[in-house]
Ligand binder design. Sequence first.
Ligand code: HEC
Length: 98
Amino acid sequence: MKKVILLLTTVFALSLMANDGAGLYKKCIACHGVKGEKKALNKSQVIQGWSKEQLIVSLKGYKDGTYGGAMKGLMKAQVKSYDDAKIEAVSEYISTLK
Ligand code: HEC
């Protein structure tokens, strides 16, 4: 079990290096704010303070159409080009914003 965790951690660390969360978040700033403090277009929840896991669930959900409200189509367009590693990297970054 320990080995599996170690392996997963390594894979995750490598994917983080390949993907720069801050860079990936740049295109989100206009709507969500530099620190994730805004309600995007006055519609979204404030994502500042969300856990990484919560962010991953919502972003993957937007991608596959299982999450979101009236404007989920807009968010789908934002994340459709992000693979799992990028979604994790940007989620990691957002979860550190204060
Ligand atoms: C054009 C404006 C816009 C941009 C750019 C944008 N978003 Fe959003 N975002 C929204 C809106 C509007 C919602 C609410 C959508 C809905 O109805 O579910 C939302 C929802 C979200 C949510 C879930 C919050 C909730 O209300 O459940 C997350 C997480 C999120 N966005 C992250 C991102 C990330 C990461 C990026 C950049 C890759 C991004 N957004 C880019 C407008 C935007």
